[in-house]
Design a protein around this ligand. Structure first.
Ligand code: SAM
Length: 295
């Protein structure tokens, strides 16, 4: 099949890789309204012979506008599908492609090295990720800690309205104007995408739902936890839940600590320290985003 991809952003590029590396179909090129990216303008579509147009855009409002635009161009809508609304294709694409490269992604390289160290010194404890989304980083936790149980916590339905509302109330413009200020974030996932990706699925225990409610029955010892829920409330809840359960020398990696669009992450760590009257042992891992907390 000859496929055109609408949207040359992150999802579009993931889709192109999937078509080229994992399917027998042919990627013809991108269509995009943004003239600065390598793509044809929508008006060009009538000159191209294609079998399918896949719209890769993530956000509902964008998809609605694109649909109107396609109808305006008299495009045959039988030949159009929307990636994030098509469960079968979405699962195939996002299970196959991992955005994080094993050789060059600094967080992944750090994780491999930390896992090696844990083995070398016989540190005990299981592992967890809170904020899994499509399981792209969880894939590496599962790979490098193949002998440990991996707890995976996510709503698999994006942020909760309650957490978002709290964030808006105390955040400055950085968050309020950012791409994170919406329930639409992180909806391009489902539990099958994560399950399909895992190398040692027998080690995985899924806790689907709102964290920390989804963790009520979890009592264990941990040597590594990735906290990647972006917002103040679940980051603070993650520290409250996991820090007491870390083994000595174990690490909680807090993603987005250095992300200016997510000020709630830093605030949660500060408030955890203040509430408990402690200064956590912390260091950056040189990926420009994450902060490691060592027990
Ligand atoms: C940035 S994504 C995680 C990315 C993932 N760790 C990776 O590296 O590929 C944030 C995830 O946190 C989840 N999340 C945020 N708040 C949550 C909460 N209170 N309970 C459960 N999941 C939550 C969202 O559903 C979303 O999938």
């Amino acid at each position: 099949m000859k496929i055109l991809v609408w949207g040359a952003g992150g999802n579009g590029q993931t889709l192109r890789k999937y078509i080229q590396d994992y399917s027998d179909d042919e990627f013809l090129g991108y269509i995009d309204n943004n003239a600065s990216v390598k793509a044809w303008p929508p008006s060009k579509m009538k000159e191209i012979e294609y079998d399918l147009l896949v719209v890769s855009n993530q956000y509902f409002e964008d998809r609605r506008a694109i649909k109107d635009q396609l109808l305006g161009l008299s495009v045959d809508m039988d030949k159009v599908i929307f990636l994030v609304e098509n469960n079968e294709l979405r699962t195939k694409v996002f299970s196959a492609i991992n955005r994080y490269d094993e050789e060059s992604d600094r967080r992944v390289v750090w994780l491999a090295s930390f896992a090696e160290y844990v083995k070398t010194i016989n540190m005990n404890g299981n592992v967890a990720e809170c904020g899994v989304n499509r399981g792209e980083f969880a894939y590496y936790i599962n790979k490098y800690f193949s002998d440990r149980k991996l707890y995976l916590f996510d709503t698999f339905e994006g942020f909760s309205e309650k957490d978002l509302e709290a964030e808006r109330n105390f955040s400055d413009d950085a968050f309020n104007k950012s791409v994170f200020n919406t329930k639409n974030c992180f909806l391009s996932t489902n539990i099958d995408i994560v399950k399909n990706r895992m190398l040692y699925i027998q080690q995985c225990e899924f806790h689907v739902g709102y964290f920390p409610d989804s963790a009520v029955n979890v009592v264990d010892k941990f040597c590594f936890v990735n906290l990647d829920t972006d917002l103040y409330a679940p980051i603070l809840a993650g520290l409250e839940f996991f820090y007491p359960q870390m083994v000595p020398g174990g690490v909680i990696l807090v993603h987005d600590y250095f992300n200016p669009d997510l000020p709630g992450v830093k605030r949660a760590i500060n408030d955890y320290e203040d509430k408990n009257g402690i200064i956590l042992h912390k260091f950056p891992i040189a990926d420009y985003l994450s902060l490691a907390i060592v027990k």
